[in-house]
Design a protein. Structure first.
Length: 105
């Protein structure tokens, strides 16, 4: 099975109109929407190793519109290998696994 067929199969299992987001989620990726400090109205799509897209909600934009733009941005990032970033001057880096210190009782 080709990579494209596998992605299509994963996306179909999630269903819906946003095939790139569905494929990302089906592969264990993440989508975050809303207040992501200090940004109000953010949309971020990533997986464990890569940030695909960071968008800002446009004035008057509804959730469907934001998700549709995020879906297109993820597809573009996968196709080109470059993340889509609408946050001027912002650079995103995936953090390594951090271990938390145990609190002493």
């Amino acid at each position: 099975m080709s990579n494209k067929q596998q992605i299509n199969e994963i996306a179909q299992s999630w269903g819906g109109a946003w095939s790139h987001l569905a494929a990302l989620l089906g592969r264990g990726g993440h989508v975050a929407l809303g207040h992501i400090a200090p940004i109000e109205g953010a949309a971020v799509a990533s997986d464990a190793t890569r940030v695909y897209a960071t968008l800002l909600r446009r004035e008057g934009e509804n959730l469907d519109g934001l998700l549709a733009r995020l879906d297109v941005a993820v597809g573009e990032a996968v196709r080109t290998g470059a993340p889509v970033n609408e946050l001027p001057g912002a650079e995103f880096v995936m953090g390594g696994g951090r271990s938390r210190r145990r609190r002493e009782r």
